[in-house]
Ligand binder design. Sequence first.
Ligand code: FAD
Length: 257
Amino acid sequence: TTEDQWRPFNRSRVYMADLESTLHYSLRVELAAHPVIKGEALSTLQRYFSVLAKYFPGRPVVNNLLKSVDTWLKGEKDTELSYSSLRDALDNTAEVPNAALPEGVRWVGCQGSKPHFRRYPCGMWTLFHVLTVQAEEAAGKDPQEVLQAMRSYIHSFFGCQACATHFENMAQESMSHVGTLSSAVLWLWSHHNHVNNRLAGALSEDPHFPKIQWPSPELCPNCHGVKNGEHTWKQEELLTFLRSHFSSERLLSDYLE
Ligand code: FAD
């Protein structure tokens, strides 16, 4: 079938199709496992939509949808929400002109060599790297806003329990020390590399996409240095690279519906 067809892509670029697919999967599949959302999960959902509405660098039609759901969630005074009412807000966009979130997934940069590799978890990392970079560009007020939204989303909703536990442990150790928007970008980059390191060679690793300390010297030659015979990351060059790699201007729109 066409869904299984490989989509050629550039490994050194980020694709909007992966970001939209991640939103579809998160909002219409992962959250659907929670028929009633209340308490901590409800504030998590509100924070998630708040950062999406502020920083998701989407097409106007998608941004309109995220903003309208965010406004609706902020106005909800009930202490609990049924998933079906969220689903209605996502899908019944007749009242909001030019607002919609495309149905279904079209993985591109997050395709795996087998169906159980990559895809949504890859999309989740990519989404939050993009959001930390967007928050810095937009000069957001709270340096931890995006990281804490990610932390609570992973904790409350991410389908992989072991992943959530690992991530929460890392967050508890050091997330509260993040004091600037650029250190938030670097925090996520370095902790993603911790995870890569832990998972290198594991069964979950796609052999066609080995876990490396990213970015490779090919992708960012200037990011790598040597000091006293040891490898070092050059933070300023790295920040420049991350800002460009995950910038909205460089997102590719191939394979969008
Ligand atoms: P991913 O690690 O998903 O990365 C996606 C893309 O981001 C890469 O292709 C690359 O282009 C880029 N990238 C890679 N490293 C970095 C970096 N440091 N900074 C910025 N961009 C980078 N799986 C487990 O088996 N056990 C776990 O405990 C676990 N914990 C997870 C925790 C979280 C919060 C998430 C989102 C996922 C977790 N996963 C875990 C899944 C795992 O990290 C990968 O997402 C999955 O194996 C798919 O790997 P991938 O090859 O697509 O690369």
